[in-house]
Design a protein around this ligand. Structure first.
Ligand SMILES: *Cc1c(COP(=O)(O)O)cnc(C)c1O
Length: 300
């Protein structure tokens, strides 16, 4: 199942740019989270699990996706959330409120404990507390998630020279690399600062036609600048494609900047993947409003 490629018209350029609208796959299980959950849900059913347990931060696209998928497929869902202070603030947090509406049960843990989330001891404690569950790692990245992301590209996408995507844990780009042609170059734009990603991706891929462009994280995960917000608003005005401020906005800012700097050779065909994440806009706007900063325009 492929999603539509929408053309983004560029002025005075020999470059052609298309955006794959994976954000339209599902209203809550958006973009790459849909792909990453697909085979995990099949596996959980196969193992006769009744509950999905996963981890995430306050505005996590993954948390909402797991809650919505659980509701749709008949699993109970448990979310282990970073930050004890959020416990009394669910109603103020659009992501957590929505996931709760889908039936997700929360365990709020402080940041130190959250760091232990993959330790066997912590998992054991969670099993004692909640009983048996199917564990999905934070961000949803595992072998089955990558298998799902290998379905993002279809045969008609073979004509593109470059495939660009945002990078969080590296699961999505790994799937894209595995299903790309050797003649294609896959470029990842990390949404966070850090050096671990490259090794993480190497664990999952067996090709070398890829690179990370680390210049567009805007200071780190979930950090935004006025320039970025203005770009997102302008991009919508011009192309009628909404972007989120955490992932796709930064990636497209980077791609447009590189196009302007003539990074891509003449006549290049570029496909950018819209990995979704639009549910995060409301939460980000609430923060921007508190800081009296310009917000992301929302249209529907
Ligand atoms: C989670 C997410 C990503 C990052 O995906 P990884 O597989 O973790 O690299 C990118 N874009 C959006 C919108 C996301 O929600």
């Amino acid at each position: 199942m492929g999603s539509t490629n929408q053309e983004i018209y560029l002025e005075n350029k020999t470059i052609s740019l298309y955006i794959k609208r994976e954000d339209l796959l599902h209203p809550y299980i958006s973009g790459n989270k849909f792909r990453k959950l697909k085979y995990n849900l099949v596996q959980a059913k196969k193992e006769k699990k009744e509950t999905l347990l996963t981890f995430g931060g306050a505005f996590s696209n993954h948390i909402l996706a797991v809650a919505a998928a659980g509701k749709e497929k008949g699993f109970k869902t448990i979310g282990i959330i970073r930050g004890e202070e959020l416990k009394d603030k669910i109603a103020e947090n659009p992501t957590l409120q929505k996931a709760k509406d889908f039936g997700m049960v929360y365990e709020f843990v402080d940041r130190e404990i959250f760091k232990e989330r993959s330790s066997p001891k912590f998992i054991q404690q969670l099993t004692e507390k909640f009983g048996d569950f199917y564990l999905i790692p934070e961000g949803g990245t595992n072998e089955l998630a990558i298998k799902g992301c290998e379905e993002i590209l279809t045969e008609t996408d073979e004509k593109f020279d470059y495939i660009c995507c945002s990078v969080g844990t590296g699961g999505t780009i790994s799937g894209l690399i595995n299903c790309s042609k050797n003649s294609q170059q896959v470029l990842g734009f990390p949404a966070l600062k850090g050096v671990f990603l490259r090794e993480d991706i190497c664990k999952f891929v067996f090709k070398s036609n890829w690179d990370l462009i680390a210049d567009y994280h805007f200071g780190g995960y979930a950090k935004v600048s006025i320039e970025l917000i203005l770009f997102i608003n302008d991009f919508y005005q011009k192309h009628k494609v909404p972007l989120d401020p955490i992932y796709t906005g930064k990636m497209l800012f980077g791609v447009m900047d590189l196009i302007n700097k003539n990074y891509f050779p003449e006549n290049s065909k570029i496909l950018v993947i819209h990995t979704g994440g639009l549910q995060g806009i409301t939460g980000m706007n609430n923060l921007l409003k508190q800081k009296k900063q310009i917000q992301i325009n929302v249209y529907d």
